[in-house]
Design a protein around this ligand. Sequence first.
Ligand code: MV4
Length: 512
Amino acid sequence: MGKTNSQVDIKKILVANRGEIAVRIMRSCREMGIETVAVYSDADRSSLHVRYANEAYHIGPSASSESYLRMDKILEVARISGADAIHPGYGFLSENSTFARKCNEAGIIFIGPSPESIEAMGDKISARKRMIAAGVPVVPGTTEKIVDEKEAVKVILGIGLPVMIKASAGGGGKGMRLVRREEDIRGAIRGAKSEAKTAFGDDSLYIEKYIESPHHIEFQVLADRYGDAVHLFERECSVQRRHQKVVEETPSPIMTPEVREKMGACAVAATKAANYEGAGTIEFIVDDQLNFYFLEMNTRLQVEHPITERVVGVDLVREQIRVAEGHPLPFRQKDLKMNGHSMECRIYAEDTDNNFMPNPGKITHITEPMGLGVRCDGYIHEGYTIPIYYDPMISKLIIWGRTRVEVIDRMRRALHEYKISGVKTSIKYLVKIMETPDFRNGTYNTHFIEKNEEFLKSKYKCDTHCEDISLIAAFMEHSTRLKQAKAVIPNDRVVGIKGWKHRGRRAGMQRM
Ligand code: MV4
């Protein structure tokens, strides 16, 4: 509905988002000669996306529910600014089928899939059915919603414990229950049901066999409206904390060419089965033996898309826009190759020593890393106050190198260069991850963070801390020499702190 086979030139895009992703999208627009419209809340008056855009419109108070989630206000801005398309970014309205439908009805191109595709994949039971019909392996389990507890016990014992109880309207780990013992089934069903009802207004549940110690591996896909689809290989996303990704990389350390080919073919089949258009992600859960199962599809551009861009050499936002204009895909599967290795660290304004509490506030200083193989997608600047209202992710550090080892060493170097003052950040914690043997060896799975909790929590000894100590040591030594010098030459002029160097810097660097 609303999509025709005729090609159009998009001349102006409203970006219905904020932060780094709004800026990221506008960068591609500028390269393509497309004008940009920003929308912003009270808290974002001085945000970079507002300055970067050609035009900016205030849409309400700081709370997302009164600004970035207000479909009516955003559509009104699209109308008065004369935008012909809306890019939703990730989060907010990006997977809201009602919004996609309203855009289409208003004659504005929603840069993303059709509302029908969003709905089909948003309902996880319906997505499982579709994947089975398309021959894509799904985790063994149910394909109809669980109606009562008695039936649930029977079904679960049939599948065999342990199992995961999941909400059909959920996703991303929300409303999940792991059940290992028969006597816990009824309580878990009851709990999951009421949680799903409260969180999503839909208490439909389904059951999956529990996969022990899995990997989370996702495939980037791209599809045009003429039924063509390709995959842009995988991203390994197993380093997660409370269902929040922390580090992502491509290729996956556990992938083989044979499995990649099979999973890629399944990802393309899944995309076609969803009648998909645009950029999307097929999430798989993968066990130790490299058996893989479809988990869910994300019908949006994802946070970690830059690592795919770097290794495959494709601007995903540009391709999203081209496909939305009605162009066919500009490449075939055989044209796409992986080149080297890429990794992303998500930088959060949070206190990693205090239960990862968000730590919003004013940035007093920022120096971003640069140099070969370094990309930094951010939006904060000196004097900017990180608002309390939104996700505390402030930037993404994306590294490229020829090999995985080169990337890890370059990531440590770039994290070392990254200086942010005024708020606590996760930078030091990320260095610890880079230094964890399981990570360096590529022998990690979704239990990485909990398994290495002690090591990751242990005191971080080098970098900034070390530098501070070396600065103090250097200054003390310098002033001692100054006093000695004055004792010898009484009239020596004190010219201030000058000519002294860090002490112990070499040792610090070696330990890094
Ligand atoms: C699972 C699973 C084990 N078995 N499903 C968590 C997020 C959501 N997308 C799916 N999740 C899981 N589903 C079955 N049948 C384990 C997880 C899981 C997980 C998955 C990916 C990354 C991190 C995770 C952490 C805990 C559990």
